[in-house]
Ligand binder design. Sequence first.
Ligand SMILES: *Cc1c(COP(=O)(O)O)cnc(C)c1O
Length: 374
Amino acid sequence: MSNFIELAAPGVKALKPYQPGKPIDELQREYGIQQVVKLASNENPLGPSPLAVEAMQKHLTECARYPDGNGFHLKNALAEHLNVATSQITLGNGSNDVLELIVRAFATANDEIIFSQYAFAVYPLAAQAINAKAVEVPAKNWGHDLDAMLDAVSSATKVIFIANPNNPTGTWLDGQSLQGFLENVPHNVIVVVDEAYFEYASDRRMQIRDYPNALNWLARFPNLVVTRTFSKAYGLAGLRVGYAVSHVDVADLLNRVRQPFNVNHLALVAATAALADKDYLDKAVQLNCNGLQQLQSGFDGMGLRHIPSAGNFVSVEVGENAAQVYDLLLSEGVIVRPVANYKMPQHLRVSVGLVEENERFLQALSKVMLSVKN
Ligand SMILES: *Cc1c(COP(=O)(O)O)cnc(C)c1O
C-alpha cells in the first residue's frame, strides 16, 4: 500500500483546501430548516440578470459543441466596455482561475509571492500549490500595508497580489497610495490588482473616495495585471467567469498556460449578456449601498464594531465566541462566513442580501448575541 500523502508534490502535501461558504441545501439537510438565508459567499442576492438567463436558454442546445476557446464575443464586448484591446484580455473559469494562471506563468518552486495578512485565501493557496514561498506581510488597520509590502520584495519575488477592495476585510486603497506602490515596485515583478468588487467600490453611491480604476495604469506599468469577475456584481458566481487585463505579452503567456476551453459555452453567452444589462448592475449596486447601511445601523444598534467595507460584504466583530455565534446563526437558518481561517477569530463576515434577508440576519444575530453573553 502506497502512502499517497508522501507521494504528493511538496507544495500540495501541506495544502489546506479552500473553505467555501456552507451551501443552502447542506444546511437544509443537516438542520431540517427550509427557509435558509445564505449571506456567506458575497453572491448577488438579486439572482442572475434576466438577460443572462434568456441568453443561456437560447444557447442551451448548442452544448454538444465545444465552447469558443478564444471567447471571441465576450472578449470583444469586454474590450469595448473597458476600452482595452482584446489581445490584453485573458478569460478564466472565475477570476480564481486567472489568479492561478498568473502564478503558474511566472513563478516556480522557491520563488516568492507576496500578499497581505487577511487577504483573499486564494493567494497563498495558489503559491503553495506550486511550492513557491508564500510571503504574508502584516496588515495595517486590517488593510494592505503597502510600505511593508515594498520592503518584503526581494530578488526572488515574482508576483504580488493586492485585493482592492480586500476580501474578507472590505478595506480599500486609494489611487495615490496604489500608484506610489506601482512606481516603486521593480518592473520585473508582476503586480496583480484584484478588483473583484470593482463595480461596487467604483460606484459613486458607495462614496469610496479616490477609489482607483487600476486599468488606467496599464499603459504606464506593463507589469500590472488587473483581474475582475462576473461572480459578484454581475451575479454569475455559479457559472465561473472572470478575466485579467494586462500587457499583451502577459496575456499571451496566460493564454498559453490556461486550459484550451477553460470558460464554458453558457458562461460565455451569459457573461456577454450580463455585461450589457446596465439596469441590473445599477439595481445591484443600489441594493448593496442600502444593504450596507442597513447592516451597519444594525451593528451600531447592537454595539458591535465592524470594519468599513467597499464591497458587498462586511466583517463584524462578535467577540471570542464567534464560532459559537456562527453555529447558533446556522440553527436560526442563517449562513454567514466564519473567518477564523483568516486569523480573524472574533469576526464573522456577512454578505449584503435583500432587505428582508439582512433583517432576518440582524434579528437572528441580536438573539444569538444575547444567548452567548449569558
Ligand atoms: C470572490 C473573489 C474573487 C473571485 O471570484 P471568482 O468567482 O473566482 O471570480 C477574487 N478575488 C477576491 C478578492 C474575491 O473576493
